[in-house]
Each structure stands twice: as C-alpha cells, then as structure tokens.
Design a protein around this ligand. Structure first.
Ligand code: NAP
Length: 263
C-alpha cells in the first residue's frame, strides 16, 4: 500500500474551515496519495514541533496563529517577513519554512472585479490577513487607509508597509472617498455582527468581506442592498488554497475543481 502524505490546517477555531474539503477534493481529482486534516490548536509550539515529528509535509495556518507561529519556524520567506504573517508552512526534510499566500489570494479575488492601481482603499483591520492584503495592494500601487480598533496595531501596520494613513475603527461611519472597502477583521466569524452599516457605503464602491463563514455576511448583505459590487471571502480562500496546493504537491489544480468542492 502507498504511504499517504499528510497536510493539515492549524487554527482555533478550525471546524468552520473549508480548506480540508477543498484540498481533499483536489487530491482526489488528481489521484494523489495525500490527505488533509483540520487540527484545533491552542498549544501552538507543540503543534509546530508535531509537524516535524509526524512528517506532515504542508500546513495551512489560520486565526489566531498567523503572527505568533513565525517564532517557531526554521525559515521565513522574504514576502512573509515583510508582511509579518505566515499562513502556509512547508516541511522540507525537517526544515519548516513559513510562507504567505493570503496576499496573492486576496489580489486574485479583487482582480476578478476591479482594477487596483491608483484606487483608494479602506482596509478594515490590522491583523495577519489585513497585513497580507495591504502588502498586495501596495504592489499594485493602490492607496491604503487602515481602520482598526487597536490604535497601536493600526499605526504599526501603516508604518511597516508604508501605507497612507490610520483612522480609528469607530470613525469608519462614512467611507465616501474610497473606491474599495475591505473587511479584514474577525467580526462576522460565527457572529451576526457587522463592522459597518449601509450608511457607511455608496453604490460606486467595490466591497470585499474576507470573512467567509457565513458566505454572505451581514456586511456584504448591507453592501448588496446599497448596490455595491461585492466580493465574497471564499474567492480569496479559493485562490489561497490553489497556491497552497501547488506548494504542497508541486502540481497545479484548476480553480473550478476547488469551486465545485464548496458549492
Ligand atoms: N477569505 C480568506 O481566505 C481569509 C484569509 C485569512 C483570514 N480570513 C478571515 O479574516 C479574519 C481576520 O483574520 P486574521 O488572520 O487577520 O486575524 P487576526 O490576526 O487575529 O486579526 C484580527 C483583526 O480583527 C480585529 N478584531 C477582532 N475582534 C474585533 C472586534 N470585536 N471589534 C473590532 N475589531 C476586532 C483585530 O483588531 P485589534 O487589532 O483591535 O485587536 C484585528 O484587526 C478572520 O475572520 C479570518 O477567518 C479569511
């Protein structure tokens, strides 16, 4: 019998994650002897040691571990270093390297709906995902204003990635001057809360909520009612997983196979 190669996702919570169904469907579609498992992890250091000890070949990293996990890895690639967050770990003969596919996943999702060069972007959040998106937006020459609850985190992100400005989250009631509004805070995850209301938005805007559980968040429902062009968080996830799949297996997978897995 052929030995399975094991990949996984670590996070807390992790039960909502669509990564296992997408990766496992893709392995099956290409006839690969891989399996992808979800692990709800609170002891991060032990979990990272286990990746080495158990010979797990690839690991996705999700909330709340993307920043803290960096200190337990052997190497961090240059882009992930600049972003300051890791969402993917590759185990090459016992050496764990941290990478980031969130930034390219978010850009691919945005580019399905809009140009980015010269656009004014309101980025809500300053956590690991927001940092990755901000990095990607800067590569595309967009202007980025960060709105965040914690002033220190918001200002640090603006300084680290040379963004345009920081505004406290409670002042995000009017976003008229922005072409694109992106929600990258955890509010919405398993909750009925929305970070913004209809009054903050106008119909010319592209509104992207990276939270994908539920797929149509309250924020996106509000944006749709206003007449905005909306992007659901699963578009980012699809493109992130596509890239992770390539990193874990060395093979390409058509995005349609991943779409079918979660439709
Ligand atoms: N679609 C995708 O592919 C994708 C990819 C990555 C992440 N995500 C989703 O994006 C979200 C953020 O992920 P992350 O990795 O960036 O998490 P993170 O590093 O833990 O950052 C959390 C962010 O949310 C803010 N926040 C948390 N609770 C809040 C509250 N009650 N009120 C206001 N702000 C609050 C934090 O603000 P403070 O700085 O003030 O604490 C911070 O900006 C998660 O829901 C995750 O599932 C989706």
């Amino acid at each position: 019998m052929l030995e399975h190669k094991i990949c996984c996702i670590i996070g807390h919570p992790v039960a909502h994650s669509l990564s296992p169904i997408m990766h496992n469907t893709a392995y099956k579609a290409l006839g690969l002897n891989y399996i992808f498992l979800p692990f709800d992890v609170t002891d991060l250091k032990s979990a990272v040691t286990s990746i080495k000890n158990l010979g797990i070949v690839g690991c996705a990293v999700t909330v709340p571990h993307k920043i803290k996990v960096m200190k337990y890895l052997d190497k961090i690639d240059e882009t992930a270093k600049k972003i300051g967050a890791v969402n993917t770990i590759i185990n090459l003969k016992g050496t764990l390297t941290g990478l980031n596919t969130d930034w390219s996943g978010a850009l691919d999702a945005l580019k399905e709906k809009t140009e980015l060069a010269g656009k004014n972007v309101a980025l809500i959040g300053a956590g690991g995902a927001a940092r990755a998106i901000a990095y990607g937006l800067k590569q595309e020459a967009a202007y980025v204003t960060v709105f965040n609850r914690n002033k220190g985190h918001g200002k640090e992100l603006v300084k680290d990635l040379h963004l345009d400005s920081y505004i406290p989250l409670k002042e995000s009631t009017k976003l008229d001057g922005f072409d694109i509004v992106i929600n990258a805070i955890s509010v919405g995850l398993e909750s009925r809360q929305s970070p913004l209301t209809k009054k903050s938005l106008n119909q010319k805007q592209v509104v992207f909520d990276i939270v994908y559980f539920p797929r149509m968040t309250r924020f996106l429902k509000a944006a749709k009612e206003v007449g905005c062009s909306i992007i659901t968080g699963d578009r980012m996830l699809l493109h992130c997983v596509k890239r992770q799949f390539e990193l874990f297996t060395g093979k390409r997978i058509p995005v349609e196979i991943l779409e079918d897995a979660i439709c």
